[in-house]
Design a binder for this molecule. Structure first.
Ligand code: F6P
Length: 741
């Protein structure tokens, strides 16, 4: 037994002995004295009559006999009878002479009736003897108190013993119960820690553990993610590493990628057929992965010469200069492209998921095309699959329904989807008329990835709001119709670039020469698709403001805005282009002098080599998106600056802002703040530039796109192994196969 048990027990007994016992003693003494008072009164009444008979006749002998007989009662110690003037007339032999006829008051005041004598404490009472109205004298009764002290001591000892015994018994019972609860608690916690899968709601954990279940699971999930992350971050991610990972983890498994945008577009020009890479974050990220792992990429063949460059199976080997994987093109009619791509995907889902204050448009005809085209692509996946369980990597919001469509035909496929744009909160998503269908389609995935934990949380909450699904927030899984989908954040990135053929000073000179600017001209750079989510208007307004606030920059500084035309048949995009052009024109008029223009608009497509040359030639890169899943321009700029110079101004509403903390982070809606950040960037000392960009470069180098793909594929391999085990168990029990929880 530990001190923790003995010490409180000893304290309780000590407290009882030294604080409680005197009170108990005092109380028992009062009871006994009251008892003796009553007894004395009774005795006095009983002696009244004999004394009335003997006292007037002064019958000494009879009185003595009466007194001696009375004191034979062990408790009555002595008796005396005093005259009214205070002389002892008669007394028993035991009556202490020292008491004499002293007046005592037979009152309730205990102190007054108790007298200390050499032989011990005695209780003294007196009672008057009356004959008619005449006082004959008073009878004094003396009771022995020694037996009372004996009894009090006995009672005290008994109480102490009883209390100690009670304390021991209660303590033992408490220890026993605590031990039992502790064991129950520990085994409940153990079962939570050892359980592989999250248990159903209302699990068997005892009620006292219930408040901890959520926290424990969240902790476990974090630890698992961290452990996975640690393993993954200790790897130096390269194409070779990704290839060997695919070989180790998914040996011989077929990889199929599905996206709307194709990685290479063949276009007919007067000079012949040209191949070009589209301006697309998705292509930037997925293409290096496909180069590393081969496989087949299924995408919409949108180029004017695409049909001429495929074989009989609609296949073309890419990249054109060094083929390493297959591009399978899917053909869409004008109506299909209009309804599915321009309509539902880009007038509906795109503004729905981006908070850029452009209203989504939903039309039934667009939705019908979206369903039909998703089915067309799902059929293409099924046709390209060599076996029953390929690994299918579905890209983006164009294919929300495809995962379930593929799942229906290939129940054993591992379907991983990455949603390249933000996922809004349930209220925002809830305005989509086909919200349930979209969510059900997405829950056909084995694994669903978003850029940030915040988007994952929004998705889980959206499913919770609109579907009857079981959600384990801590494990980040959704069980719907008996099937499980894991939802995880995978921040996308870029491939670390090869050394650029031109040095930074050469790029600076080349860019300025191309723009007809002097060598020391300060340049800020924007590179985007011409899209209303990118904050291009706000960026240009910040440039105007910086020139107002710092007129010394006029003539010495310009913004080069490269804007690749995008979705140009949509009104919203045409309006944006007109507004951007008009704003640039107005500002240029206001500040231009000679050939100087503060806003240099380049609204056309630039190949990646040219974009890189501009990244290296600029002083500042402006990324001012109003809302952006990640924004790879920010990472590309950082990666391009091997001179460790240049400043990144970055919107707080991008996924990139969660990783690139050393950028100058701004709220793009706040024009003055943007202008101040721009000025600070243009005047930042070189030492500070180096320090900031060095730290960001090391992050982007390590957290590159191979890591993004590698993490998803490692998770897919883990889920795939689990599914194979589940499939074996089901085949043994001859039950139909489901991706069960
Ligand atoms: O970055 C988001 C994204 O939708 C990508 O997924 C897409 O490839 C890119 O924007 C370009 O859009 P689009 O393919 O419509 O030109």
């Amino acid at each position: 037994m530990s001190l923790r048990f003995i010490l409180p027990l000893a304290l309780a007994v000590g407290l009882f002995a030294y604080a409680v016992m005197p009170v108990v003693n005092d109380m028992t003494l009062r009871w006994f004295v009251r008892d003796l008072d009553a007894r004395s009164q009774m005795l006095a009444s009983a002696l009244q009559q004999p004394l009335l008979d003997y006292v007037p006749g002064k019958d000494q002998r009879k009185i003595n006999q009466l007194f001696e007989r009375s004191v034979q009662d062990g408790r009555l110690y002595a008796l005396a009878f005093c005259s009214p003037d205070g002389r002892v007339l008669y007394r028993s032999a035991s009556y202490p002479a020292s008491l004499g006829c002293r007046a005592t008051q037979p009152t309730l005041d205990m102190q007054q009736s108790l007298v200390d004598l050499p032989q011990g404490k005695v209780h003294v009472t007196e009672s008057q003897l009356m004959q008619g109205t005449a006082v004959l004298g008073k009878l004094i009764l003396v009771h022995d108190m020694s037996y009372i002290e004996r009894r009090t001591a006995e009672t005290r000892n008994y109480l102490i013993a009883l209390f100690a015994l009670l304390a021991v018994v209660i303590s033992l019972i408490t220890v026993f119960i605590a031990h039992l609860s502790w064991r129950g608690w520990i085994s409940a916690v153990k079962s939570i820690l050892h359980r592989d899968e999250p248990s159903p709601r209302g699990s068997s954990a005892p009620p006292e553990v219930q408040p901890l279940v959520g926290d424990l699971r969240a902790l476990l999930h974090d630890m698992r993610v961290e452990r996975r992350g640690e393993g993954v971050s200790s790897i130096s991610w390269t194409p070779e590493k990704l290839r060997s990972l695919l070989h180790d983890e998914l040996a011989g498994d077929q990889i199929l990628v599905v996206s709307n945008r194709e990685p290479y577009i063949h276009t007919r020009t007067p000079e012949g057929i040209e191949v070009r890479r589209p301006a697309s974050g998705l292509v930037t990220a997925v293409e290096p992965v496909m180069r590393a792992c081969s496989g087949t990429w299924i995408a919409h063949g949108a180029g004017s010469a695409d049909r001429e460059t495929v074989d009989a199976n609609d296949h073309v080997a890419v990249p054109p200069k060094k083929p390493s994987y297959t591009l399978r093109r899917v053909w869409l009619s004008k109506e299909e492209e209009q309804g599915y791509y321009y309509g539902f995907a880009n007038e509906g889902l795109w503004p729905l998921c981006h908070i850029a204050h452009v209203r989504p448009v939903f039309r039934t005809s667009d939705w019908e095309q979206y369903v039909a085209v998703n089915q067309r692509f799902a059929d293409a996946v099924i046709a390209e699959a060599h076996g029953e369980d390929p690994v299918v990597l579905v890209q983006d919001y164009h294919f929300a329904l495809l995962p379930r469509m593929v799942r229906e035909k290939l129940p054993r496929a591992t379907i991983i989807m990455f949603w390249h744009i933000p996922w809004p909160n349930p209220e925002s998503f809830g305005i989509c008329p086909w919200r349930e269908e979209i969510l059900e389609g997405l829950l056909g995935n084995t694994l669903l990835g978003f850029h940030t934990p915040f988007h994952c949380k929004n998705f889980l909450e959206t499913v919770d709001r609109f579907l009857e699904a079981r959600i384990e927030h801590e494990a980040s899984t959704i069980s719907y119709g008996g099937e499980l989908t894991e939802v995880e954040p995978y921040p996308i990135s870029i491939a670390w670039p090869e050394p650029f053929p031109l040095s930074v000073p050469e790029c600076r000179a080349s860019v300025r020469k191309e723009l007809g600017l002097p060598d020391n001209h300060l340049l800020a750079l924007g590179v985007d698709r011409l899209d209303y989510t990118k904050g291009i208007i706000e960026r240009i307004q910040s440039v105007e403001r910086v020139l107002e606030l710092h007129p010394s920059l006029i003539g010495r500084f310009s913004l080069v805005q490269i804007a690749a035309p995008s979705r140009s048949s949509l009104d919203e995009y045409q309006n944006l282009e007109s507004r951007v052009r008009a704003l640039a024109l107005r500002i240029n008029k206001r500040f231009s002098s000679g050939s100087y223009e503060p806003i240099i608009l380049k609204i056309h497509h630039y190949e990646s080599e040219d974009v890189n040359r501009y990244y290296r030639g600029a002083d500042v890169c402006l990324v001012t998106s109003l809302h952006d899943g990640m924004n790879l321009v920010a990472k590309e700029f950082i990666a391009a600056r091997d001179d460790e110079r240049g400043v990144l101004v970055l919107s707080q509403f991008t996924g990139a802002a969660r990783e690139l903390h050393e950028a100058l982070i701004i709220n793009p809606y706040h024009i003055e703040q943007g202008a101040e950040a721009l000025y600070r960037a243009l005047t930042m000392p070189e030492g500070e530039q180096r320090e900031r960009i060095r730290s960001m470069r090391s992050l982007v180098r390590d957290f590159n796109v191979y890591r993004w793909a590698g993490r998803m594929l490692i998770d897919a391999a883990r889920l795939r192994r689990r599914e194979r085990v589940t499939a074996r168990i089901h085949s043994q029990s001859r039950k139909p196969l489901r991706r069960v929880v």
